[in-house]
Design a protein around this ligand. Structure first.
Ligand code: PLP
Length: 594
């Protein structure tokens, strides 16, 4: 929402937020900048604003969706979900999830040993019986840890990715004297299109085909351990685009579940875990025909699963299982936004070429495309460099084509490069890695027409460090001219609460942002409180992840050299400041358009 002052506002209770309850994001930024962090430092940009109220609302909405689908269809079991820790491992997020989901026995999913340790500790605060789903490839240590979780009274379920993992479970269970509960991950034939479905289907990377699953059941039966097997899991990929695919996947998996119960005697089966994939509509089109959009909401998702499972179970005379999902993106995306600070805006040099000159450049590039056979005759290396040339020429021709079209249509508005206090690789890695687009918009001046067309350029030394594709397909974002009289100019990256912090990389040794947690204050009139503010990793912390002993390898070496040159008095405070602040630009003066 946007308020009367033209400021972006957050809706802490999602669609249930009443008019007047919205939180003014610009005011939050101002207050955050005046707040000292827990260790008495100033909040630095970039900043993530977290709204735990939004997490709670997403979780409540998911549970309400399943409750109503179950009630309306006469489904005879319940929904009991988990949050996949990989989606956002931050302590506050995982703890909030467990806390907000307490009454629904909401649990956690782990995909690695460190995530399992986080889950084991956070679930000590969960309702007894909440699931601890152990996914991912496992070695003996992982399995032993999961068994120890069960011994501690946590409801840990070891989901077998491969048949071989069963042997490790048997061995570790014998050694530790702990009975496991296991699940199996099914490799379904139902696939989703696009990027997120590329590892699913029968040749997919994860899980076992139905026949293999039945072999696992038979092996357990022979050992008289079939009662260990209690859960069937599948995950067809993130961002499932349509309810048709949700339905088909759940139906196919329920078929396997029913065969396990009826044909292989796995009568102790209790749970069908439908994995993640509940999508969100990044581009707002509800079309479901790209990786940016899904054609349904939580209610339709829940009712597709409930109906598919109910019908298949009733057809096979199998009791309805407990339904679990591992929805991550749909739980966490909305709860945080990344706030980027503009440093300056500079127009891109205008192209001086006439339409005729541009056309002749395109023709020249076209005529330089070598015949393919010449390259083939030259062997693999030539073929590769030929392909590289074709790619380069193709990109160049595309760019020239765009310039030509602008010349012809008389669209000569310059593009402004907005330099932002940002590393794309660290803050929006999915933009860089998989071309994921996020909604972005200025935080203030939204009652003033944005007159410039801007791209967002980051501060890494990398040509990929530029955002020039936005939701809706445009190559620029409408922005306002920077003017010091307005103070700072901030752009919010929305729907960024899932995966981005987890996937962040350390290009140029930029690192995570400051994190400010904001809660709606009692009274519901837009008042808010900053519950915590923490700096992102300092330069010292990020340097040490590259195996430097900062004291020994950096500080003392610089000290010795500075002393030799008799400049230590000058260098010492600078070095200390450099090491103890975040690597981003600090205390930047009010930004300008030039
Ligand atoms: N479960 C498993 C096994 C996954 O691999 C993933 C992520 O891809 C998830 C759950 C979370 O998926 P999503 O964020 O799409 O809900």
């Amino acid at each position: 929402a946007v308020n009367a002052e033209g400021h972006l506002c957050a809706k802490p209770h999602g669609l249930k937020t009443m008019p007047g309850q919205e939180i003014d994001v610009h005011s939050v930024i101002m207050k955050a900048l005046a707040t000292t962090t827990n260790d008495n430092k100033k909040v630095q940009f970039p900043v993530i604003l977290r709204f735990p109220d939004v997490l709670e609302d997403r979780l409540n909405t998911l549970h309400a969706a399943f409750r109503s689908a179950i009630d309306n269809s006469g489904y005879k079991s319940r929904y009991q979900g988990v949050f996949p820790v990989k989606v956002n491992q931050n302590k506050a997020v995982v703890q909030d999830m467990v806390n907000f989901g307490y009454s629904e026995s909401y649990g956690l999913e782990a995909g690695s040993k460190p995530e399992l340790l986080i889950a084991m500790s956070c679930l000590t605060k969960a309702q007894p019986g909440a699931y601890l789903i152990c996914n991912g490839y496992k070695d003996a240590d992982y399995i032993a840890l999961a068994l120890s979780a069960r011994a501690m009274g946590l409801n840990a379920i070891i989901v077998l990715e491969m048949e071989e993992e069963l042997d490790i479970v048997i061995e570790q269970s014998k050694m530790l004297g702990i009975e496991p509960v296991i699940g199996v991950r099914a490799k379904l034939l139902t696939k989703i299109p696009g990027h997120f479905g590329s590892t699913a289907g029968k040749d997919g990377k994860f899980g076992m085909l139905a026949e293999k699953i039945y072999e696992v059941a038979e092996k357990l039966k022979k050992m008289d351990k079939l009662h260990w097997l209690q859960l069937l899991h599948f995950h067809v990929g993130s961002m499932i685009p349509t309810t048709e695919i949700v339905y088909n996947a759940a139906s196919e998996a329920t078929g396997i579940y029913c065969n396990l119960v009826n044909e292989h005697g796995a009568k102790q089966m209790t749970t069908l875990d439908c994995g993640g994939g509940l999508g969100i509509d990044y581009d707002g089109t509800r079309s479901g025909n790209s990786d940016m959009s899904v054609a349904y909401g939580m209610e339709q998702y829940a009712s597709s699963i409930v109906q598919a499972v109910r019908l298949k179970c009733e057809y096979n005379g199998v009791p309805h299982p407990v339904l679990c999902t591992e929805s991550g993106r749909a739980m966490a995306s909305h709860h945080s936004m990344i706030i980027l600070e503009a440093l300056s805006a500079i127009p891109e040099p205008q192209d001086e070429d006439t339409a005729e000159q541009l056309l002749s450049k395109i023709q020249d590039l076209h005529s330089r495309q070598q015949p393919r056979t010449a390259a083939v005759n030259g062997g693999d290396a030539d073929m590769c460099s030929h392909a590289e040339d074709l790619k380069k020429h193709g990109i160049e021709m595309y760019k020239l084509g765009k310039k030509l079209s602008k010349r012809v249509t008389g669209d000569t508005q310059p593009i402004y490069n907005y330099h932002m206090n940002l590393s794309i690789f660290t803050l929006v890695p999915d933009f860089w890695g998989i071309k994921q687009l996020f909604p972005m918009m200025p935080v203030s001046r939204l009652n003033e027409k944005p007159t410039l067309m801007g791209t967002l350029v980051d501060i890494t030394c990398d040509s990929d460090g530029k955002i020039e594709k936005f939701i809706g397909g445009g190559e620029t974002l409408p922005l306002h001219p920077l003017d010091p009289k307005h103070g700072g100019y901030y752009v919010a990256v929305l729907l960024s609460g899932a995966y981005q912090e987890a996937l962040a990389c350390k290009h140029n040794l930029f690192s995570g942002p400051s994190i400010v947690r904001v809660k709606a204050a009692k009274g519901g009139n837009g008042a808010f409180e900053i519950v915590s503010a923490d700096l992102g990793p300092t330069s010292e912390e990020i340097i040490s992840t590259m195996r430097y002993d900062v004291m020994k390898d950096i500080s003392s070496v610089i000290e010795e050299r500075a002393k030799k040159n008799d400049v230590w008095a000058m260098v010492e405070p600078l070095m200390t400041n450099g090491l103890t602040t975040m690597p981003y630009l600090n205390e930047y003066k009010a930004p300008k358009t030039t």
